[in-house]
Design a protein around this ligand. Structure first.
Ligand SMILES: NC(=O)c1ccc[n+]([C@@H]2O[C@H](COP(=O)([O-])OP(=O)(O)OC[C@H]3O[C@@H](n4cnc5c(N)ncnc54)[C@H](OP(=O)(O)O)[C@@H]3O)[C@@H](O)[C@H]2O)c1
Length: 317
C-alpha cells in the first residue's frame, strides 16, 4: 500500500474546494494532517479564465491536483441548460488539465460521474462499459464533457507517462450538498421537499417520475476517503468507479427520507415527469480490490445530512 507517497507538506490543490465533493476532500485531507492545501473560490479564480488558471499553476506548482470543480446540477438543470453543462465543464477541465501538464503535476485525480455510462449498460456497471452505448439524453451534454476529461487523462498518461487517474462517483450526498429547489440532485431535493411538507403539515408529497428507478448513494465523506486512497494507492488508465455496490428504488429512498425528517403524510408520484436512467449501480470491484470500502450506512448518513440541512436553514432564516 501507499505506492504513491504524498508527503504531509506537499502542495495539494483542491479545485472546487467549496463544493460538495471538494469541501469533503479538503476536510478529509486536513483531518489526515495534509498541511499544505490550496483552494480558490470561484470568485478568486474563475477556472473558465485560461490565462488566470495558468498563472495560478505557475505560481503554486502543486504536487497533487484533485479536480472537483464542475458545473453540476440535477435532471431539471441538465435538461434545461445543456449548453452551459457541456461548454463550461469542457473549458474548466481543459484549462486545469492543460495547466497541470504544463507544470508537470505528478498526480492528478479527475472526477467525473456515473452518468458517463450508457443508459442501458449492463448492471452493475463495470468500468469497461464506457463508450459502449447511447447515453441518457437528459444529461448527455454533461456526460460527454466528463468522458472527454477521462480521455484527456488517458492521453496525458500515454503521451507523457504521468500517473494521472480518474474516479467516477455514484450519486453522492451529505453536508454541503445543494438543496436548491431548481438545481439540486434527487436526494437533497427530497430532503427539502419532505422537511417543508412536515413543517407545513401537508398531507402529501409529490415526487417526479414513477419511483421505480434504482439508485446508489454514497456519503461524501466516504467519497473523500476514497479519493485519498486512490491518490495514494491506485494507478491505471481506466477510470475507477466509486460507490457502495448497493442500490435502492427511488420509492425506497423516499421512504427513508420521509422517516429521517419525521414526515407522517403520504407520498405520490407524478408519472408525467421523466424518470431518467432505469437503474444505475456501479460495479465497484476495482475499488474494493484496491483495498477500500465505504464506512457510512445510508440511514446514518441521511440522519446526519437532515441534521446539517436544518442547522443551515436555521442559520439562513
Ligand atoms: N454531487 C454528486 O452527487 C456527484 C456525483 C458524482 C460525481 N460528482 C462529481 O464531483 C465533482 C464535484 O461535484 P459537486 O457535487 O461537489 O459539485 P458542487 O457542489 O457544485 O461543487 C462544484 C464546485 O466547482 C466550482 N466551480 C464551478 N465552476 C467553476 C469555475 N468556472 N471556476 C471556479 N470554480 C468553479 C463551484 O463553485 P460555484 O458554486 O461558486 O460555481 C463549486 O464550488 C463533479 O465532477 C461531479 O461530476 C458529483
Amino acid at each position: 500500500m501507499d505506492d504513491f507517497k504524498i508527503s504531509r507538506s506537499d502542495p495539494i490543490y483542491v479545485a472546487g474546494h467549496r463544493g460538495l465533493v471538494g469541501s469533503a476532500v479538503w476536510r478529509h485531507l486536513h483531518e489526515h494532517s495534509y498541511g499544505n492545501l490550496i483552494g480558490r473560490s470561484h470568485a478568486e479564480l474563475d477556472l473558465l479564465d485560461r490565462a488566470a488558471v495558468f498563472d495560478f499553476f505557475h505560481t503554486h506548482t502543486p504536487a497533487v491536483v484533485v479536480l472537483a470543480a464542475a458545473k453540476v446540477g440535477g435532471i431539471m438543470a441538465n435538461s434545461t441548460y445543456p449548453v452551459d453543462f457541456i461548454s463550461q465543464n469542457l473549458q474548466v477541465q481543459v484549462n486545469v488539465l492543460d495547466a497541470a501538464l504544463e507544470v508537470e503535476v505528478p498526480r492528478v485525480l479527475f472526477l467525473g460521474s456515473s452518468c458517463i455510462y450508457p443508459k442501458f449498460a449492463e448492471q452493475p456497471i463495470r468500468e469497461d462499459a464506457l463508450l459502449t452505448g447511447e447515453l441518457e439524453p437528459t444529461n448527455d451534454a454533461y456526460a460527454i464533457a466528463k468522458i472527454a476529461g477521462i480521455l484527456q487523462v488517458q492521453a496525458v498518461r500515454r503521451q507523457y507517462g504521468l500517473p494521472w487517474i480518474s474516479a467516477m462517483p455514484t450519486n453522492l450526498y451529505g453536508p454541503g450538498d445543494n438543496f436548491s429547489p431548481t438545481t439540486s440532485h434527487v436526494l437533497p431535493a427530497m430532503i427539502r421537499r419532505y422537511d417543508a411538507a412536515r413543517a407545513a403539515g401537508d398531507p402529501a408529497v409529490v415526487n417526479w417520475g414513477s419511483g421505480t428507478p434504482r439508485r446508489e448513494f454514497l456519503h461524501v465523506d466516504d467519497m473523500a476517503a476514497a479519493c485519498l486512497h486512490l491518490l495514494r494507492n491506485f494507478d491505471g488508465p481506466q477510470q475507477v468507479n466509486v460507490g457502495t455496490g448497493e442500490d435502492q428504488s427511488i420509492a425506497e429512498i423516499a421512504g427513508l427520507v420521509s422517516d429521517a425528517v419525521g414526515y407522517a403524510g403520504e407520498t405520490r408520484w407524478d408519472t408525467s415527469k421523466p424518470d431518467g436512467t432505469p437503474r444505475k449501480l456501479l460495479d465497484v470491484s476495482t475499488l474494493t480490490d484496491s483495498g477500500w470500502k465505504p464506512q457510512i450506512p445510508l440511514s446514518e448518513g441521511l440522519a446526519a445530512t437532515v441534521d446539517w440541512y436544518r442547522r443551515q436553514s436555521t442559520v439562513r432564516t
